[in-house]
Design a protein around this ligand. Structure first.
Ligand SMILES: *Cc1c(COP(=O)(O)O)cnc(C)c1O
Length: 226
């Protein structure tokens, strides 16, 4: 199976979409966005998906996106780029110009810089934001602590930042289900419709808990070769 994914992202993408449909994506009028994660992938791997109509893509580094995407977007209009990696404040301006959606808002100081830069930028691209929640309370990982998410959301809303959902990356090596369940419960309580959760190894589980945005790399492109 990895062979197939590595030589043909398009076949892999159709397989993922088939499994999404079986797992209930799109049921009850719920739209699920497949974000194809293209970090460490080059144009040769990405173009077949663009040609097949895939339009949502995820990158975890601002600079890599800035270098890779302009020519691809010029040739394939309508791309929506999602920032799924942590954002340093000195990269905020570039991120607001390069991405449509930022999934990794996790602290007030970052919100302050975004709000300030937004007001200055004329060609603002990014108009949608997710709060990243550190559901596993892992010290090395980004994300706001679950008990602090409500206050961070209030901080964003008071400043007019349009937060539409929550995002999490569960700890490795444990069942992801309790983390997805927690994120779902939090989103319901906070009145947020978006749930960015589910990666190659657990996206069907994430769909069971109501994921609206799946972030999938390896299942489309094979293991990254660094
Ligand atoms: C790399 C990455 C993904 C994709 O992970 P795969 O297991 O390759 O599907 C999803 N989310 C984030 C935040 C990532 O950094």
């Amino acid at each position: 199976m990895p062979d197939v994914a590595e030589c043909d992202p398009l076949i892999a993408c159709n397989a993922v979409r088939g499994r999404m449909a079986k797992a209930g994506a799109g049921n009850a009028g719920r739209h699920v966005t497949l974000v194809a994660v293209t970090k460490a992938r080059n144009a040769a791997a990405i173009v077949p998906l663009l040609e097949a109509g895939q339009r949502d893509f995820g990158e975890n580094r601002v600079q890599e996106a800035q270098e890779k995407w302009p020519p691809l977007e010029a040739a394939h209009p309508g791309v929506r780029l999602h920032l799924i990696g942590s954002l340093q404040t000195n990269k905020v301006k570039d991120a607001l110009l390069a991405f449509d959606v930022i999934h990794t808002i996790d602290r007030e100081s970052l919100v302050d810089v975004i709000v300030r830069e937004q007001a200055r930028i004329t060609a603002l691209r990014c108009r949608e934001f997710f709060l990243q929640v550190n559901t596993g309370a892992e010290p090395q990982k980004g994300g706001v602590a679950p008990e602090k998410a409500e206050a961070l959301l209030a901080y964003c809303r008071a400043r007019g930042l349009p937060v539409t959902g929550l995002m999490c990356v569960p700890p490795a090596g444990v069942s992801a289900a309790p983390h997805f369940a927690l994120l779902r419960t939090m989103a319901d309580r906070l009145g947020l419709a978006g749930l960015s959760m589910g990666m190659s190894g657990d996206y069907e589980t994430a769909l069971r808990f109501g994921a609206t945005h799946l972030r999938i790399g390896t299942a489309l492109f094979g293991s990254p070769r660094i």
